[in-house]
Design a protein around this ligand. Structure first.
Ligand SMILES: NC(=O)c1ccc[n+]([C@@H]2O[C@H](COP(=O)([O-])OP(=O)(O)OC[C@H]3O[C@@H](n4cnc5c(N)ncnc54)[C@H](O)[C@@H]3O)[C@@H](O)[C@H]2O)c1
Length: 267
């Protein structure tokens, strides 16, 4: 049962692929809290997964858009504001993909054309979305824009590969663009740094299962689930967090503050 925290608010959710996706849970929670949303993903992703089913269940139009295409993003924003009957109050960027990770390339042997693609899909797309929304004046005053990130932006997790640099860039865009959005429309921009989570993107990282249980033991509260992440996103989209901006917010059960955990040491 929701608390109407997002009653009357409208938003776009990027990146729901299947029912494990973090964005899937966020979409469900936003609607439960009274929001109206559109769902979007890359055209190829719409053929897999079950985003259409989610769209039907949430009464949310599903609009294909490759997040690296300005043309697609412009159409997405136009169609979303039309379908929702007004400007946007929130946007979730929940997108990540690296061919170097997928193909198990070592960090010391990366293909640079793939690296460019990784940065374009996983980080530059966030700037693109914000720039397009600003050009089209598509956000309401005091709106909230979020992207999902990972602590490998700050610390070394060797198997996370070039996604580490991708997340560092993503977080930097949140800070820099956050200034401009605040000045223009009092819109806040933040990143949520989420615990390892069992999703398609997460499990693509080498050794993910072992790492998941290591992180769970290192975190005094345990790993934060996708459902818990959805709750946090709802809080960040609600009017209760209007002065939080340009931040990287750890949602990780305390992992980022730990030095040593007896639970790990004793194993
Ligand atoms: N799973 C984890 O352990 C974890 C931890 C911290 C942060 N994150 C981040 O959370 C976000 C969501 O990932 P997830 O774990 O839910 O996995 P996921 O695989 O369900 O979601 C990734 C999404 O990115 C979409 N995508 C890929 N290329 C795209 C493109 N060109 N245009 C539009 N969309 C595209 C995919 O279709 C997919 O829906 C990512 O940014 C990820 O890095 C995940």
């Amino acid at each position: 049962m929701g608390n109407n925290l997002l009653q009357g608010k409208k938003g776009i959710i990027f990146g729901a692929l299947d029912d494990k996706s973090i964005a899937w849970k966020v979409a469900e929670r936003c609607v439960e809290e009274g929001a109206q949303i559109t769902l979007t993903n890359a055209p190829v992703a719409l053929r897999f997964g079950g985003i259409q089913k989610l769209g039907e269940a949430l009464n949310a139009p599903v609009i294909p858009a490759d997040a690296t295409s300005d043309e697609d993003l412009e159409a997405l924003i136009d169609q979303s504001t039309e379908a929702l009957g007004g400007k946007l109050d929130f946007v979730l960027h929940s997108i990540g993909m690296s061919l170097n990770v997928r193909k198990n390339r070592a960090y010391t042997d990366l293909k640079y054309d793939w690296m460019h693609k990784t940065f374009d899909i996983s980080a530059i797309s966030f700037h693109r979305v914000m720039q397009m929304a600003m050009k089209k004046d598509a956000m309401n005053d005091w709106g909230s824009i979020l992207a999902l990130t990972y602590i490998a932006a700050q610390r070394v997790f060797p198997d996370y590969n070039e996604m580490a640099e991708s997340k560092a860039l993503l977080e930097s865009f949140a800070r820099s663009f956050g200034y401009h959005w605040a000045k223009a429309k009092n819109v806040r921009v933040n990143t949520i740094s989420q615990s390892p989570t069992m999703t398609t993107a997460g499990s693509g990282v080498k050794g993910f299962d072992e790492f998941f249980s290591y992180a769970d033991k290192m975190s005094p509260l345990g790993n934060a689930s996708a459902d818990a992440c959805a709750d946090y996103c709802v809080a960040m989209f609600s009017d209760l967090t209007r002065y939080v901006t340009m931040q990287n917010l750890f949602h990780d059960g305390g992992f980022s503050r730990m030095g040593m955990s007896p639970d790990v040491l004793n194993q």
